[in-house]
Structures are given as structure tokens and as C-alpha cells.
Design a protein around this ligand. Structure first.
Ligand SMILES: CC(C)(COP(=O)(O)OP(=O)(O)OC[C@H]1O[C@@H](n2cnc3c(N)ncnc32)[C@H](O)[C@@H]1OP(=O)(O)O)[C@@H](O)C(=O)NCCC(=O)NCCS
Length: 173
């Protein structure tokens, strides 16, 4: 019996926290590893909400530390499943800083992780399909297969000649 599909908003996970002195580098900005851990936690919850299974991080496909996050910043990590495959899910993470005076949100970083749903013995198990709704969700969904193929090629799990989406990107028809 197939599982009912879900939308990205059903997995959306928002975590807000401050940057404390023990979490900074010598320039008093948020340490990259600390941000990776915060993103992993939010993304793991999103993957769990989508699949209602135990989920493990299979790969970190992309991280962009575009903007330093200073000590004392209020940081919000927002994660949602951007595409579900058979047993794996791509989770897209947006990181925002909040201006202390105006309260305006400024995009600080983003990342894309892959999670796999597993059973109690650690074996991959099927997840529900994802139905994107907004334009942003649809564009992230459309590009996810290309990113999955790239991740599998880089991990040595796919022969580049089988990466149809990547070939379509680089080769004229
Ligand atoms: C992730 C893991 C469950 C995959 O198990 P496996 O036996 O290799 O399973 P499969 O080859 O069937 O792959 C399962 C799914 O993961 C996907 N996958 C595996 N590695 C991937 C990678 N590097 N990038 C993208 N997707 C990947 C596969 O494409 C497959 O997806 P699909 O079923 O949606 O098509 C297993 O490698 C594992 O448990 N790794 C450790 C996870 C962990 O401990 N993470 C925390 C690190 S501290």
C-alpha cells in the first residue's frame, strides 16, 4: 500500500537560538561546525516529520557560509523536505539572522542535506512522496534530482554516464 503524499509545510521545522561565546571562532563569529550541527538537527526533525521514521544523515550536499553570524545574534534555522525519492529525502535549510532593532530577517546561510529513513535495524525504508506547492518549493523540487545524482557520483555510488540529469545540464541534445 502506497503512503499518502505530504507537502513541504508538513515537515517545516524552525529552530531559533542565540550565538553564545562558547560557539564562536576567534573573530567572534559563529563557528562553522556549530552551525552545521544546528542545521543537521533541524533537518533531521524535518526528515522525521516527513517520513515518521528514524532518519540518518546520508550526505551534506551543499553548504554556503555566505555571511558571518556575530556573537549575540538571534539565528533561525528553517528546514523542510524539498524532495522525497524512494528511501531518501533532500532537506533544504535556510538560515536567518534577526536585526536586533528592526526585527528584520537577513538571510545568512543555506544548506542542502540528504537523509535516509531506516527501520529499527538500520535498513532503508520507503518514504511518502513530496508534493511541492509554492513556486520556491517547485523550483527546489525540480533541481533535487540533479543534486542527488551529483551527490551519488561524488560518493562513488553512481557511474557518471548514468547521471542523466547532469548530462542534460552540460551537453547539448
Ligand atoms: C545512509 C545509509 C542508510 C544508506 O544505506 P545503504 O545500505 O547504502 O542504502 P542504499 O544504497 O539503498 O541507499 C539508500 C538511499 O540513500 C541514497 N544515498 C545513499 N548515499 C547517498 C549520497 N551520498 N547522496 C545522496 N543519496 C544517497 C540512495 O540513493 C538511496 O536513495 P533512494 O532509495 O531514495 O533512491 C547508510 O549508508 C548509513 O547508515 N550510513 C550512516 C548514516 C549515519 O550514521 N549518519 C550520521 C553520520 S555521523
Amino acid at each position: 500500500m502506497s503512503l499518502p503524499p505530504k507537502t513541504p509545510s508538513e515537515s517545516r521545522t524552525t529552530m531559533t537560538d542565540m550565538v553564545l561565546p562558547s560557539e564562536t571562532n576567534p573573530l567572534n563569529n559563529l563557528f562553522g561546525g556549530e552551525l552545521l550541527a544546528r542545521m543537521d538537527r533541524a533537518a533531521s526533525i524535518a526528515a522525521r516529520r516527513h517520513s515518521r521514521r528514524i532518519t540518518v544523515t546520508a550526505s551534506v550536499n551543499h553548504v554556503a557560509f555566505n555571511r558571518p553570524v556575530p556573537l549575540g545574534s538571534v539565528v533561525t534555522v528553517e528546514a523542510a523536505v524539498s524532495r522525497a525519492f524512494n528511501t531518501s529525502m533532500e532537506v533544504y535549510i535556510d538560515v536567518w539572522m534577526e536585526d536586533r532593532v528592526s526585527g528584520a530577517r537577513l538571510k545568512a546561510n543555506e544548506a542542502i542535506y540528504t537523509f535516509v529513513a531506516v527501520d529499527e535495524s538500520g535498513a532503508p525504508t520507503v518514504v511518502p512522496e513530496l508534493l511541492p506547492e509554492t513556486d520556491l518549493e517547485k523550483s527546489r523540487y525540480d533541481a533535487a534530482l540533479r543534486r542527488k545524482q551529483l551527490s551519488l557520483v561524488l560518493a562513488g555510488r553512481m557511474n557518471p554516464s548514468d547521471a542523466t540529469e547532469l548530462k542534460a545540464l552540460f551537453m547539448a541534445p
